[in-house]
Each structure stands twice: as structure tokens, then as C-alpha cells.
Design a protein around this ligand. Structure first.
Ligand SMILES: Cc1cc2nc3c(=O)[nH]c(=O)nc-3n(C[C@H](O)[C@H](O)[C@H](O)COP(=O)(O)OP(=O)(O)OC[C@H]3O[C@@H](n4cnc5c(N)ncnc54)[C@H](O)[C@@H]3O)c2cc1C
Length: 390
């Protein structure tokens, strides 16, 4: 059953969170641009969260979390998202850490979880390869076992933040003769070692969010494999389930809409011609309704998690809906500015609209990252609706 309301204890916790935000929120304004900002600009914010165990709120207290219930974690994430505060956990805390809690050895948990929470290590996710994205199980990066080490050769691509990261968790082929899903292992290792080279890729909005990463005879100790040899696919899918079920941004859409209005109100009236256009207002109202729907997906996921269920196609539904909504929101924002919306040069006074065009271009990749919309729809069709595979 989907539960929309706080009970008395949850309402009290929500107030604790709001008080915390009132005291520390200024430190966490703006997004985490992934360029090590949780170590730089956002460090005080991270430290404030760490002091409460709120970097990984639902992890057990013994490993540095706050031991909160999943509902409390949801309330915390909801409040942070609605106040526009940065998520500083990164994919190490948000996706890999929870999977390590499920599949890791005690030694691996001791080695990695504390360092992750303290922000001492940043992680990159090595899944995609030039020939393997949607069909990830066809990956070719090879790990050959030699005694108590694997020797790694191959290439990853689109690896977010690898140029700033210390560590990588990745999938490599350990048995080329087995059926493709059953010959893969999940390995972890330092990116700062001989044989690893990282080459940033530049996007059309002139940023470098991701990289190519090359491996040439990289030595990885067998003890740093997570899960059994050749069973890494299933460990990797746990990581991916956490990725698709991460819900913070589902509750942030309404805040983004409020920000769009605020930014437009600060502009000279002639630079926001859309504001007087009834069709634009209809579009904006539609986005508002959709932002509410997006929240319902988040409630559904947290209700399932609280009942001990692992969201699967439900995570895909939330992901496809939110990423496409992000694009519609960006298009609606751009529509406010008419021809001014094409200005990019932030040196010109009229170019405040540049923020709209930058988020429009930035939103293009959201339906690709974390599995494309087509792949999410395939998951909904086959696992959610029991339709036969196409
Ligand atoms: C911003 C961003 C960040 C990323 N970060 C990372 C990261 O940190 N680590 C990482 O490993 N990867 C990362 N990726 C890569 C991402 O996971 C892949 O781009 C994605 O899975 C798609 O793979 P591909 O690019 O190889 O496209 P392809 O798989 O080649 O797909 C091409 C097109 O074919 C369609 N298609 C493919 N198969 C099917 C099918 N069976 N049915 C219907 N349509 C299909 C796709 O939907 C797509 O439109 C990132 C990508 C982006 C955009």
C-alpha cells in the first residue's frame, strides 16, 4: 500500500530535518557538479551531514550510517531536494555502498564504507564500453586470473567523474566461454595505478562530465572482487536497482518549476515573452501536474522499500518518467524566453536566459544515462506487464 502521510514520529523527524536545514542549509546550496565539489566548495555541507550520519542515513550505525528507517531516509531526501540542497554522497554512497552492504565481505565493508562516508574516496562506475551499453552483458574488458590477482585489459566509456575519482567498481569478463551473463565478475581497484589511463570527453555544452578509461595489464587482487567469480552480473544489477530507485530528484521537480518562475520574475518583462502567452501557461500547468505525478512514483518506491520489497520495474518507471519530465521542464523553461532563449554568452545582460538553454542542453542526456528510455520501457513491458520479449 502506498503511504502518503507522516505519522507523529515521522512528523517530529521532519521537523528535526527542517531545523537542521535552517541552521546548515546555506552550505549546501547548488548542485554537486561532480568535479570533486564535495571535497571543495561543498565540504562544510558534507561535514554537517556526516556529523548526523546523514550522508548514508539508512546504513547501520556500526558502519557510520544513522540507522534511520527507509521512511525517515525518504523524509530527509525529500526535504533536502525540496530545499535545493546538494546530494554529496555521489554514486559511491548512493549506489555502490548499498550493494556492498548486501554482497561485500566484512573486510571489504570495513575497508570501503567508512572512507566513503568521510568523503575520502570518490568512486567511478565502469559499466559501459564502446560496443556495450544497453546490451551491457556483451562487455569485453577482460580479467584473466593469475594466482591471487586478475590482469585487466580493455576499455570503458562514458565513465562519469573518473577524472576526479580515486576508485572504480566495474564489470569485467572472467570467463569468455560461459553464457554472456555468467562469465562476468565485479572488481574494485584504485584508478591511480600503473596501466590505468583516463581521458575526459567534452559534451556539446562544453563540460567534461565523463571519460574514456583504458586498462593495460592492470593488477587487481582477487580479494577485491565483490561477490563470487562469474556472478558479478547479479551484484552489478543490485547496484543498478539502487541507481534507478534513487528518488531524490523525483521530489525536486516542483522546486525546479518554482525556480523557473522566480528567475523569470527577476528579468525585464520584454525578455520573457512567454509569460504573457496563454499557451505557455497551459504548458507550465501541465508540468506542475506532472511534477506531482513524479512525486507519486517516489512514494510508491519508498513504500515498497519500507515493506521489504526491492523495486525493480517500478524503478524503471520512475526513471523513464522523471528523465522525460526533466526534458519537458527544460523545454518549457526555454519557451519563456522566446528568441532570448538562444543566447548562451553569459557576458551579456540579456543572457540570463542562458541558464535555461544550458539546462535544456544538459537534459538531453538524462534519457540515456542509467539506461535509455527504450531499455526502461522494455523492462516495464517484460517484468511489469509480462509481455513477451521483442
Ligand atoms: C550523462 C551520462 C552519464 C553516464 N555515466 C556512466 C557511468 O558513470 N558509467 C557507465 O558505465 N556508463 C555511463 N553512461 C553510459 C550509459 O549507461 C549508456 O550510454 C547507456 O546505457 C546507453 O548505451 P549506449 O550509449 O552504448 O547506447 P546503445 O546501447 O548503443 O543504444 C543506442 C540506441 O539504441 C537503442 N536500443 C539499444 N538496445 C535496444 C533494445 N533492445 N530495444 C530498443 N532500443 C534499443 C537505445 O535506446 C539507444 O537509443 C552514462 C551516459 C550518460 C549520457
Amino acid at each position: 500500500m502506498v503511504d502518503f502521510f507522516d505519522d507523529a514520529e515521522e512528523a517530529a523527524f521532519r521537523q528535526v530535518v527542517r531545523d537542521f536545514i535552517a541552521e546548515h542549509g546555506e552550505k549546501g546550496r547548488g548542485s554537486n557538479d561532480g568535479e570533486g565539489s564535495s571535497r571543495g566548495r561543498l565540504r562544510p555541507w558534507r561535514e554537517a551531514l556526516v556529523s548526523r550520519g546523514w550522508i548514508a542515513p539508512a546504513w547501520p550505525v556500526e558502519v557510520g550510517g544513522a540507522g534511520l528507517s527507509l521512511r525517515q531516509q525518504f523524509i530527509l531526501n525529500q526535504e533536502l531536494a525540496e530545499h535545493g540542497l546538494a546530494n554529496v554522497g555521489g554514486l559511491g554512497v548512493n549506489f555502490f555502498g548499498p550493494a556492498l552492504l548486501v554482497h561485500g565481505t566484512e573486510e571489504q565493508k570495513r575497508e570501503h564504507l567508512g572512507a566513503l562516508l568521510r568523503g575520502e574516496t570518490m568512486w567511478a562506475q565502469g559499466w559501459s564500453e564502446p560496443g556495450s551499453g544497453s546490451d551491457l552483458a556483451s562487455l569485453q574488458t577482460r580479467a584473466v586470473r593469475q594466482g591471487d590477482e586478475y590482469i585487466l585489459n580493455g576499455q570503458k566509456i562514458w565513465t562519469s567523474g573518473a577524472q576526479h575519482a580515486d576508485m572504480m567498481y566495474m564489470l569485467a569478463r572472467t570467463d569468455p566461454d560461459a553464457p554472456k551473463h555468467r562469465g562476468i565478475s565485479l572488481l574494485t581497484f584504485s584508478l591511480r595505478q600503473p596501466g590505468v589511463s583516463v581521458r575526459p570527453l567534452t559534451t556539446m555544452d562544453d563540460r567534461q562530465p565523463f571519460n574514456e578509461v583504458f586498462f593495460e595489464d592492470v593488477h587487481v587482487p582477487v580479494k577485491d572482487r565483490v561477490g563470487d567469480e562469474n556472478r558479478g552480473w547479479y551484484v552489478g544489477m543490485t547496484v543498478t536497482d539502487f541507481e534507478r530507485s534513487s528518488i531524490g530528484s523525483n521530489v525536486g521537480a516542483a522546486r525546479r518549476l518554482r525556480e523557473i518562475v522566480k528567475l523569470a520574475q527577476d528579468q525585464p518583462r520584454h525578455q520573457v515573452p512567454g509569460a504573457d502567452n496563454p499557451q505557455w501557461r497551459v504548458q507550465f500547468a501541465d508540468r506542475w501536474v506532472e511534477a506531482e505525478v513524479s512525486k507519486l512514483f517516489a512514494y510508491r518506491i519508498v513504500s515498497m522499500q519500507s515493506a521489504g520489497l526491492i523495486p525493480n520495474y517500478e524503478g524503471s518507471m520512475a526513471k523513464v518518467y522523471l528523465s522525460e519530465l526533466n526534458q519537458r521542464i527544460a523545454r518549457t523553461a526555454l519557451g519563456l524566453y522566446g528568441l532570448y532563449g538562444m543566447l548562451w554568452d553569459s557576458g551579456r545582460p540579456e543572457a540570463e536566459a542562458g541558464a535555461a538553454v544550458r539546462s535544456y542542453i544538459g537534459a538531453v542526456s538524462s534519457t540515456i544515462a542509467g539506461g535509455t528510455s527504450e531499455i526502461q520501457r522494455n523492462i516495464v513491458a517484460t517484468r511489469g506487464l509480462d509481455l513477451p520479449r521483442g
